[in-house]
Write a protein that binds this ligand. Structure first.
Ligand code: BGC
Length: 261
């Protein structure tokens, strides 16, 4: 069995569980701890430590995968939209390794969800170009070509009608502006996905994020040439993707990541 611990850092909760990467199933129950109100690297590291300690007997000294809602370039968080600004510029892999005394691999949250969907979910077996978007507080994106992730695509921040796309089309905006599913789908999501489709000509769009459970209310309203389907990994996606990333960091280490341990 190939078991790695995946931890998903979100705006409201930090969730972790060991994952059996042969099946994509969680090994036992996941542990969820609320994200500290001040979501600084130090406060998040304290929660991550607690989760690692809870699962240490199952995972031994294997590296741990950790998602973050930000681009992570060779271990460094280059900017952050929806967590504490103290993250910007932090060499996060190194920082967490120093604090926790073990190998940690940080990965963008949407990249993790994309990996999970391609390995075990809605895009399993797709040999073309898959673009996954997550609709939540922001818009996350993952580009995966023939099973290989092209990391750190920030398609949620494309400019659309003079605005940052996520400030118009994220599901948090639907809630904030109290838009109906129909208005949100036709006026916000439609121009967004048409634009991404024009730029990338993907073979498949996968839509994740909590709102994908309500797919029937907005998905069928989208008119695109590209097939578009809801994600199937649901709230496991981040955890499973983080675990996949941890395994990949062992098998294909990034020579440009600076490690501390
Ligand atoms: C961030 C992305 C992240 C997405 C979803 C965006 O604001 O820039 O890195 O994937 O939100 O959390």
């Amino acid at each position: 069995m190939s078991i790695f611990l995946g931890i998903d850092v979100g705006g409201s909760g930090i969730k972790g569980a060991p994952v059996d990467l042969e099946t994509g199933e969680l090994v036992g129950d996941r542990l969820r701890i609320p994200t500290p109100a001040k979501s600084t690297p130090a406060n998040v590291a304290a929660v991550v430590k607690e989760i690692i300690e809870a699962f240490e007997p199952v995972i031994g000294d294997a590296p741990v995968g950790l998602t973050i809602p930000a681009p992570v370039v060779h271990g460094v968080v280059t900017f952050i939209a929806n967590l504490d600004q103290k993250w910007t510029g932090v060499n996060a892999d190194k920082y967490f390794e120093e604090k926790l005394g073990r190998r940690i691999s940080l990965v963008n949250d949407a990249d993790a969800a994309g990996l999970a969907e391609v390995h075990f979910g809605a895009a399993k077996g797709n040999d073309g170009l898959v673009i996954l978007t997550t609709l939540g507080t922001g818009i996350g994106s993952a580009i995966i070509h023939r099973g290989v992730l092209i990391p750190n695509a920030e398609l949620g921040h494309l400019e659309l009608d003079g605005h940052d796309a996520e400030s118009r089309a994220a599901s948090s905006i639907k809630d904030k502006e109290d838009l109906s599913y129909k208005t949100w789908a036709t006026e916000r999501l439609q121009p967004y996905y048409s634009h991404v489709e024009m730029l990338f000509s993907p073979d498949l769009f996968v839509v994740g994020g909590g709102v994908s459970k309500d797919w029937d209310k907005f998905g069928p309203l989208l008119k695109l040439n590209t097939p578009i389907v809801p994600a199937t990994m649901r709230n496991r996606a981040g955890i499973v993707g983080a675990a996949l990333f941890a395994k990949d960091s062992v098998e294909h280490p990034d020579p440009l990541v600076e490690h501390a341990v």
